[in-house]
Design a protein around this ligand. Structure first.
Ligand code: GAR
Length: 197
């Protein structure tokens, strides 16, 4: 039986597409659900076009009630019965109850070399700090934002005159390689750090 993977997105979903493109043939998993907090997320149509079940749960009517939003997401996830949940550009802060519910089964991709630059504006912060390199990380999700065990990283040099957008454009293709590679290993129970470069 294939493992079931639910993917949570907020935007264009390019990482979601790269995960789904990898989950074919002899891959041990298949996508079972793509869920977005943003009903207009471009990734929802891309998932539907691939025949994947999609759900949009708009976070806005929940206002500041993060617990109620997370409970609605948990309900949708429980119906989909995922073995693994991949956050792929899912731009919501999660409650400790939610992360505890799925701990050990939930991964995230973050556009920095964690533990550096948790949170937002990662590329600008790396350039401003004068770092020699930047990159992306896939990690297990725990209650600490962008703080769970790191499972894989890929890195690029920061070039003279680099802009945040230019750096993001060089890192995104690496994200598309790293996330599927880490997911394959995670499904087989491998947790040691994968260094792609
Ligand atoms: C990716 O660069 C991902 O690393 C980042 O959002 C982008 C989503 O792009 N995630 C975060 O910043 C999480 N804090 P995508 O929708 O095309 O996959």
């Amino acid at each position: 039986m294939s493992k079931r993977v639910a993917i949570l997105i907020s935007g264009g979903g390019s990482n979601m597409v790269s995960l789904c493109e990898d989950m074919v043939g002899d891959h041990p998993a298949r996508p079972c659900l793509v869920l977005s907090n943003n009903p207009d997320a471009g990734g929802l149509a891309k998932a539907a076009a691939r025949g994947i079940e999609t759900v949009a749960i708009d976070h806005r009517p929940f206002g500041k009630d993060r617990a109620a939003f997370d409970a609605a997401v948990t309900d949708a996830l429980e119906r989909a019965e995922p073995d693994v949940i991949c956050l792929a550009g899912f731009m919501r802060i999660l409650t400790p109850e939610f992360t505890a519910r799925w701990e050990g089964r939930m991964l995230n991709i973050h556009p920095s070399l964690l533990p550096k630059y948790k949170g937002l504006n990662t590329h600008a912060r790396a350039i401003e700090a004068g770092d020699a390199e930047a990159g992306c990380s896939v990690h297990e999700v725990t209650a600490e934002l962008d703080g769970g065990p790191i499972l894989g990283q890929a890195r690029v040099p920061i070039l003279e005159g680099d802009t945040p957008d230019g750096l993001a454009a060089r890192i995104l293709p690496l994200e598309h390689k790293l996330y599927p590679a880490v997911l394959r290993r995670f499904i087989k129970g491998e947790r040691e750090l994968l260094n792609l470069s």
